[in-house]
Write a protein that binds this ligand. Structure first.
Ligand code: ADP
Length: 453
């Protein structure tokens, strides 16, 4: 509505009053003039109120449109009252500030969600009653919860662990932080390290971070077992050496029958000790990848022949026949010393665990891109339940027998590591009392290029 439309009803009665005062010039005339003025003002008020009402309605409509996300700002109305225009401007700038804040908060929330979902650790957030209100993707994996909603659940219902429940409640009620370790049972048992903290900063509720430390605990156990095994293995020969040395010192040295026997045992045990130390050092070098293997062409027949020559005296002592069936032209890609060591360990075991009069055969072949060597014996064999474990350090099927035969329990572990370092592998097939076959695979050396005329 134009401003003229509002001013006109106001000015018109004033004009009328002026004319009446001039014409009548009486007290009664003044009263009439006042009445006319009042009537005119009321008319003007009525008209301007209607205009204001319409403009405010339009403003409310625009404001609602903006609040509901209308992208366009309506064009300014030239007849709009200044106050209404100011109000609209203030609403516009308030709206602009709010939408900027809103998009910043949305961005922050999205960043937070991305960070939480990118974490390997599981995270949950609870309200002040200890009910889960938010969690990241990893939590589901860590808790092995494939189905069911986690949100809305209480810790006790999710993990049935009083310690965790208490920690969450302490964080919510007393603002206390707790670190604890949980053992999860089930198909894949897991060990979790959990840190529960209050949200803080006047936010009610708590947060918990779940860290899967199953592998860490497993490695710690392997290390502890290894140290215990090494100590035990070393103690056995040391005890024997010390015992016999003390007996000799105590007078047995003068016993012409016993003394040589005891010295022989001391000698054997000291050799065993040095073999053990050698094997341990070799294994530790392999595991720390200190050993740099030089990969070159290895003639397999030669490597097998050298290994067989080493064990032959022992085999002959047990009336065993060691036969080689490895074609001379076979060439694997490997480290010559390492390949020989692998074959020696396998042949040594074959002779060791095969009774007198048995046979040990070594077969070789090269396929498309790999070479295969089989060491087959007619010995004691291995029960299926031990097969997957015999490549572990110190694992023996029969501890007593292995030690009696001078085994360190490390031979096959060294075989496995050496082959891995050459990108090869080892497999075993065995039946109790029917013998064993250890098969090694190595990459094949590239065949020599044909000479061109
Ligand atoms: P060890 O020094 O005890 O021979 P290894 O690591 O070489 O240690 O072998 C681990 C275990 O595997 C042995 O103790 C033995 O029980 C079993 N084993 C290895 N080779 C043979 C084989 N050819 N026949 C039967 N058992 C074997």
């Amino acid at each position: 509505m134009p401003v003229r439309a509002i001013l006109l009803p106001l000015l018109l009665p004033a004009l009328v009053v002026a004319v009446l005062v001039a014409v009548l010039d009486t007290p009664g005339g003044a009263l009439a003039a006042a009445l006319v003025t009042l009537a005119g003002s009321l008319m003007a008020l009525g008209v301007s109120r209607g205009a204001l009402q319409r403009q405010l309605d339009t403003l409310a409509l625009h404001t609602r449109g903006r609040a509901e996300g209308a992208l366009t700002v309506p064009a300014p109305d030239p007849d709009q009252l200044e106050e209404v225009a100011n109000l609209e401007g203030a609403i516009d700038s308030l709206h602009a500030r709010l939408s900027e804040q809103h998009s910043r908060l949305t961005q922050e929330a999205r960043t937070l969600t991305a960070v939480l979902d990118g974490m390997a650790e599981g995270v949950w957030v609870t309200d002040d009653a200890g009910t889960v209100v938010r969690h990241n993707d990893a939590l589901r994996d860590i808790l092995q919860s494939t189905s069911g909603e986690l949100i809305g659940q209480r810790p006790l219902a999710l993990l049935r662990n009083d310690e965790l429940h208490d920690a969450v409640m302490r964080a919510c009620r007393e603002g206390a932080s707790t670190r604890l370790e949980l053992e999860l049972e089930g198909l894949f048992p897991r060990t979790l390290s959990v840190r529960v903290t209050p949200l803080g900063r006047d936010l009610p509720g708590s947060a918990a971070v779940f860290h899967d430390i199953t592998e860490l605990r497993h490695l710690e156990k392997v290390r502890k077992d290894f140290v215990a095994n090494v100590s035990h293995e070393l103690r056995t020969p040391i005890t024997a050496i010390r015992g016999y040395a003390e007996t000799l010192q105590g007078g047995a040295l003068n016993d012409p029958v016993m003394a040589p026997k005891m010295v022989e045992i001391i000698h054997r045990q000291s050799e065993r000790l040095s073999e053990l130390v050698e094997d341990l050092l070799e294994l530790s070098r392999l595991e720390s990848r200190e050993v740099r293997l030089t990969l070159t062409e290895v003639p397999l027949a030669e490597a097998a022949a050298r290994a067989a020559d080493t064990v032959r005296p022992k085999a002959e002592g047990k009336s065993q026949r060691v036969s080689l069936h490895v074609p001379a032209e076979l060439r694997a890609l490997g480290d010559p010393r390492a390949v020989e060591q692998v074959l020696l360990n396998l042949l040594d075991n074959a002779v060791k665990y095969t009774p007198a009069g048995g046979r040990v055969d070594v077969y070789g072949a090269c396929e498309e891109d790999r070479c295969v060597v089989r060491v087959k014996d007619t010995g004691l064999g291995i029960e299926p339940r031990h097969l997957s474990r015999i490549f572990e350090r110190f694992y023996r099927v029969d501890k007593g027998r292995s030690r009696d035969m001078g085994g360190t329990g490390l031979g096959l572990s060294i075989v496995k590591h050496l082959l891995q370092a050459m990108e090869g592998e080892v497999k075993v097939e065995s039946q109790p009392n029917e013998g064993s076959t250890f098969t090694i695979f190595l990459p094949r050396a590239a065949p020599p290029k044909a000479a061109t005329g």
